[in-house]
Design a protein around this ligand. Structure first.
Ligand code: ZN
Length: 361
C-alpha cells in the first residue's frame, strides 16, 4: 500500500499506538479518536493498531545519515520505569543495524515500539514488543533478542519486501542473519562463528526454503526460513569475503530498485549478489534455498601423505578452509579436485561456514 490514514476511536482512558505520525487526537464525550498517518509504503500485514493503558516514553538519536529520529515507546503505565533503559537499548540497536544496512527506513516519521500481550511482530514504525523486558547479555551489555529481531524487520521485511510467500526467507533468513551481528561486533569473530555453529544444529532440512511460485503462508512458513536462511547468508559472507559481502548487502537494502514500493523474489537477490561477486552464485543459492542437499566434499587419501579433495555436487568453484599439519588455508575447491599434502588428515571447513557433508575415504 502506498500510504495510509488510520482513524481509531477508543474510550478516552485508552491510548492508541499506530504507524507513521500521530496527526491528532480529537476527544468527544467519553471517546477519543486517534489519527495516525504514514506517507511511506506499507505492507498490508503491518497495518495494525494497539490500544491500551499506555504512556509514551520518548527519546531520539542521530541517524547514520545525520537525521534526528524521534524514538517513541508506548509502554504500559505500570512498566514505565523500564522505558528509559529500553529506549537506550533500542537506540543502540538502531546504530547496530544502520552500520550494516543504512539509515532507519522511516526516519522522517518515527522509530516506534509498543508493548503488547503477544511476543512481538514487525509492525512498521510501531514494532510490537512482548518479551517482558527479559534480557540476555551480549558483550557484557543487556540484549533483547526479540526486540532486536523484530526491529531488524524494518529493513528486512518492511523496506525490502518479498513478492511471494515462497521467498519469505528474505524477511526471516536475512533478519535472523543480522541478529548474529552483535556477536561479531561486541564479542569478536570467534564468538560469531560459534553462534552459527550452534544455530546450524537447529536446521531441520525437511523441505526446501523456496518451494516454487505463488506459495501460501502455511506451506512456506517453517522454521528453516529463519535458521537455514540465516545460515545461508553466513555462508555467503564467507564465499564473498567480508570486504565484498558487507558492502553488497548494504547496497541491496539501500538500492531504490529493491526497496519501498518494489518487491523482490529470490532471483533478484541472487542476481544482485552474483553481479557483485563477478560470477554466478546461482548454484549456491539453488542448493541452499531450493533443495535439501548439503554441500558434499570428498577427501581421498593417496600415497605419500597426499589427499585429493573435491566438491561432489555443485557446479561452481568454492573457497573452503582446509586445515593440514601446517595450518589452515583458504583454498579454491572444484569438482575436478585438488591434491594437497598433509601429515594429518585434512579438516574441511573447521569453522563451519558451510552446511555440508564431508566424505572421507
Ligand atoms: Zn521475524
Amino acid at each position: 500500500m502506498k500510504a495510509l490514514i488510520m482513524l481509531i476511536t477508543v474510550p478516552k482512558n485508552l491510548v492508541v499506538a499506530g504507524p507513521g505520525l500521530l496527526k491528532g487526537v480529537s476527544k468527544k464525550g467519553n471517546t477519543a479518536t486517534y489519527h495516525w498517518q504514514t506517507k511511506y509504503s506499507i505492507n498490508n500485514y503491518n497495518i495494525v493498531f494497539n490500544a491500551g493503558n499506555y504512556t509514551v516514553a520518548k527519546g531520539s538519536y542521530k541517524s547514520v545519515a545525520g537525521n534526528t529520529v524521534p524514538v517513541q515507546f508506548y509502554v504500559l503505565k505500570y512498566h514505565a520505569d523500564k522505558a528509559p533503559h529500553f529506549i537506550d537499548m533500542v537506540i543502540k540497536a538502531a546504530h547496530a543495524k544502520e552500520k550494516y544496512f543504512g539509515e532507519y527506513p522511516w526516519a522522517k516519521e518515527k522509530l516506534g515500539m509498543v508493548e503488547t500481550p503477544h511476543l512481538g511482530m514487525e509492525h512498521q514504525s510501531m514494532v510490537a514488543y512482548g518479551n517482558k523486558f527479559r534480557y540476555t547479555k551480549v558483550g557484557g551489555e543487556d540484549f533483547d533478542w526479540l526486540m532486536f529481531h523484530e526491529f531488524g524487520h524494518e529493513w528486512w521485511g518492511n523496506k525490502v519486501t518479498a513478492r511471494d510467500w515462497a521467498d519469505y526467507w528474505i524477511h526471516e533468513g536475512i533478519d535472523t542473519y543480522s541478529d548474529a551481528l552483535p556477536y561479531l561486533d561486541l564479542e569478536g569473530r570467534q564468538a560469531y562463528i560459534n553462534h552459527f555453529k550452534q544455530t546450524a544444529f537447529g536446521i531441520q532440512n525437511k523441505q526446501p526454503l523456496v518451494l516454487g511460485k505463488d506459495i501460501d503462508e502455511e506451506s512456506a512458513y517453517n522454521n528453516d526460513i529463519y535458521t537455514k536462511g540465516g545460515f545461508f547468508m553466513h555462508t555467503l559472507q564467507y564465499v564473498m569475503g567480508d570486504t565484498l559481502f558487507f558492502p553488497t548487502i548494504k547496497g541491496f537494502v539501500t538500492d531504490a530498485n529493491y526497496t519501498y514500493d518494489h518487491q523482490n523474489v529470490t532471483d533478484d537477490v541472487e542476481q544482485y549478489f552474483s553481479k557483485a561477486y563477478g560470477k554466478s552464485l546461482k548454484p549456491l543459492f539453488d542448493m541452499y534455498l531450493r533443495t535439501t542437499n548439503k554441500l558434499e566434499v570428498s577427501v581421498k587419501a593417496r600415497p605419500r601423505d597426499k589427499y585429493l579433495i573435491m566438491l561432489l555436487n555443485i557446479d561452481m568453484d568454492l573457497p573452503v578452509d582446509v586445515t593440514t599439519d601446517t595450518g589452515t588455508k583458504r583454498m579454491t575447491l572444484t569438482k575436478k579436485g585438488i591434491t594437497i599434502e598433509s601429515k594429518t588428515i585434512p579438516v574441511i571447513d573447521a569453522d563451519g561456514w558451510y552446511f555440508k557433508k564431508v566424505i572421507l575415504e
